[in-house]
Design a protein around this ligand. Sequence first.
Ligand code: GLP
Length: 238
Amino acid sequence: MKKIICDNYEESCRAAADIFTEQLRQKPESVLGLSTGSTPIGLYAQLVSRYNEGKIDFSRATAFNLDEYYPIKQNHAQSYKTFMEEYLFSKVNFAQTHIPNGEASDVEAECTRFDAELEAAGGVDLQLLGIGTNGHIGFNEPAVTYPLGSSLAHLSEDSLKSNARFFTKGETQPTTALTMGVGQIFAAKHILMLISGTNKTEITKKLFEGKLHTDVPACFLLLHPNVTFVMDKAAAGV
Ligand code: GLP
């Protein structure tokens, strides 16, 4: 386990972008697992500017996103598909991108399709993760059991509250989502968790307390052979 504590959010995004840059330098055809939320926005901006400067190339890389609200129109302003197009996909040159389809009529078939695509791609080389204030990863919420493969997740009160800020009044906020399973996340060769801000200090403290809290899905990462936590001082509480 590697822990990198940066002075501020911008520095942490730079450190995470360095890891992506090195990954693609070493293996241009990498499969990159990507996440959404506020935290990766600065990282994606870094990747876009490095791409514009010719310092990083995604032309042989494949992206798999962790999750998507369900049901949601792909072109909905708050879909993760729209988010990824806006912050990254429309601005760089990925060979292929994959996001669970929030418009799929058959949830089970969609999960099977997504899992098969991920398996055919050979799994994830570098998986970016954020952390929910309750410790969720993707949309794997605190629970007694955790799905290994993709599934339909019921968003916790905590996640609904945290993400309500993105939905305008009158807009229906989905209460379920399609998410990669804990098993698929754990199967990534390298996991990079980016943590930022004072609203994450409490969960970060719990994560590094030296105990495996089974109700904090992010704690499973502590057992992964190749995980890097990049955080700013605010999240680290120092
Ligand atoms: C979202 C996503 C997660 C993300 C997390 C934290 O709901 N499903 O993949 O890591 O919550 O988001 P933020 O960075 O906005 O705190």
